[in-house]
Unconditional design. Sequence first.
Length: 254
Amino acid sequence: MNISGNTIFIPGATSGIGLALARALRAEGNTVIVGGRRTALLQEIAAADPAIHTVQIDTTDAESIRAAASEVIAAHPDLNAVITMAGVMRVEDWSQPSGFLATAEETIVTNVLGPIRLIGAFIEQLRSMPDATIVTVSSGLAFAPLRVTPSYNASKAAIHMLSESLRLQLEGSTVKVVELEPPSVQTDLMPGQRESDFAMPLEDFITEVMHLFETQPDATEIQVENVKFLRYGEARGDYDQVVATLNSRDPHGH
């Protein structure tokens, strides 16, 4: 993805990585539209930076996605990039007889169905542009599991394979598919994660991601150095050690 000159929609960007990335992309001269469920947060973002556009969207609701897509495309007919940032990460205990199923279902609806529906809502718009990008957001946990978040791990593995598959299907079109693979980052995705010594400082993560976007415009996967321990364990042959280390160090890693 080119670092500037784009019109980018980022649903799920009212906080954390999404909002920080939206601000960094706006600073590089892109038109940025932030999407989120909470009107109050959207108003705060617009007040802090009037150059950032906002739209209300609930990525767990198919009709909300369709309505938001129509609104965004009508207001920004030059839209050429979508970053499917919205996601949730919840602890589940499958060793107990009940209590995990609702959490697991919410995770899959948000993290898998949400991006699928978003891409479906915007794919024709993106295909109509001379240079377009879909940025999916997986995780280091797509490649090595954290014990306490089984559905999250599975959802991000699904996003990785979805990205790989869409890239094959869209080969030869004007649409690129780029997978952003965060490690654990100091955000509020999980309780205690913002204070975790294991998690990467948010500012450092965004700086490195922007550098990778700028210096590797043809990259299919955006991987900061901190995620490569998880990403390549199987290829290196130390997968078991990676899983053991991950699950011994930080119960809130991402």
